[in-house]
Structure formats: C-alpha cells, structure tokens
Design a protein around this ligand. Structure first.
Ligand SMILES: N[C@@H](CCC(=O)N[C@@H](CS)C(=O)NCC(=O)O)C(=O)O
Length: 227
C-alpha cells in the first residue's frame, strides 16, 4: 500500500489536510502504508493514474484518488478492523460533515494560510501556487496575508459547534475517535505545518481534543512540527 502525500521544501512535513484524513484512517484500521512525498507540480506525474490531487492510495494494482473514497474503501475492505464510521448512520453523518466543513472551515482557513503555504514551497511550486490560487482568492497572496487576522477570526468564529460538542463528549465520534475526528484533525495538522498562527485558545475544548488526537496511534500526528 502506498499513500501519496503533499510536501513543500521539507519533505518530512506532509501538510495536506485531506492526506491527514487518509493517514489517520489507515492508522485507525491498523494498516501501514509507504508514504510517497510529492510537491504540487509532481502530482500529475504519479505513474499509472491520472490524478490532480492527493491523497492517492495505491493498493493491489489500483488507485483511489479522493480522501472520502479512501475512507469508504478502507471501511468496505477491512470490515473486521475498527470501524471508521460506526455503521451506516455514522457514515451518513461523516458524509455530511465531509461536505459542510469545506464551506465553513476549509475555505476561511485556506484564506488564512495561503501566503504561509506559499512561503514553504519550492520555486516551481511557488509559481504554480500563485498562478492557481490567486484567482481563487480574488487577490494576491500578499494581499490575502494582510487580511490574515480577519480571516483567522472568521475561521475561529466557525469553531463554536465543535467546541460546544467537545464540552460534553471526548471526540466528535463520541467516546472514541472516528472518521469525523480525522476530517477535523486534518485542518489543524495543515495549519500547524505551514503557519505560525495559533488557531485555538488553551481554554477551548478543541485544544484538549487536539492534544488527545496528537497522542493517538503512538503520536502519529506529532510528526508535524509547529512552524
Ligand atoms: N476532494 C479531494 C481534495 C483533495 C485536495 O484538494 N488536495 C489538494 C492538497 S490539500 C491537492 O492535492 N491539490 C493539488 C493542486 O491543487 O494542484 C479529497 O478529498 O481527496
């Protein structure tokens, strides 16, 4: 099994939030995958598949090219290992969460981090990132960076449902972590690896939750150093 991931200048610091979902899902199932670090401009060169994004999971001669599809693939193919979703109802909840977090969390966090991501990329990727991301931002990376405090505040404002939930339960999945926790955790891994911004206050229930997530699977998530 191989998991293709996204890196910048430091090849040890895979920073894609979506790859982190897959990485945690593999660990949850007790599966080991060889990590293959790629820069943005290397992704289309993965041999044997036409992929535009990572994660890509290569297994048994086939490729799965989307984080949600990877989670479903692992759940379907390893039913005897710990469940990622906790059954059909949990899968439906995770699927909803997969979509809703894109608009409420990924977009404001991307606007917050865009310039910091850029500064961690090699030269070829910097040119690609500027050309592809500035139209999405509707402004230059530097202008986006000037608005970092407002974008961070917008992101933080969206965290209240998670803080409220984690006041009364240990994980988003209840008593233990499920794929919903991995969706959320990927965002924090992303920010940690690419940016010096601090997303949480020590009093936030999410702060306690993130520390517990960091310690899962022998501290897998601690591979990422705070930039
Ligand atoms: N829907 C995809 C999205 C994955 C995605 O957007 N990955 C980003 C990295 S965070 C990527 O590979 N981007 C490549 C590019 O923009 O060229 C999934 O969930 O797997």
């Amino acid at each position: 099994m191989k998991l293709y991931e996204l890196v910048g200048k430091d090849k040890s610091q895979g920073f894609s939030p979506y790859v982190w979902r897959a990485r945690m899902a593999l660990a949850h199932k007790g599966l080991e995958a060889e990590m293959v670090p790629l820069t943005f401009t290397e992704i289309p060169e993965i041999r044997g598949v036409s992929a535009k994004t990572v994660p890509v999971l290569e297994h048994d001669g086939g490729f799965i090219t989307d984080s949600w599809d990877i989670a479903c693939y692992l759940e379907d193919n390893y039913p005897d290992r710990p469940s990622l979703f906790g059954g059909d109802v949990g899968k439906a909840y995770a699927g909803f969460f997969n979509s809703v977090t894109f608009y409420t969390l990924i977009i404001p966090l991307f606007q917050t981090l865009a310039y910091d991501i850029f500064t961690g990329l090699d030269e070829a990727d910097q040119a690609y990132f500027r050309a592809s991301r500035e139209p999405r931002l509707g402004k230059s990376l530097e202008e986006a960076h000037e608005h970092q405090p407002e974008n961070l505040a917008r992101f933080q404002k969206q965290l209240w449902p998670y803080n409220a939930t984690l006041k009364t339960q240990d994980f988003m999945g209840g008593a233990s972590a499920t794929y919903v926790d991995y969706i959320l955790y990927g965002l924090f891994q992303w920010a940690k690896g690419v940016s010096p911004v601090r997303l949480l206050d020590e009093d936030d229930p999410l702060y306690r939750w993130r520390a517990e997530m960091d310690s899962l699977f022998d501290g897998l998530g601690k591979i990422i150093r705070q930039r």
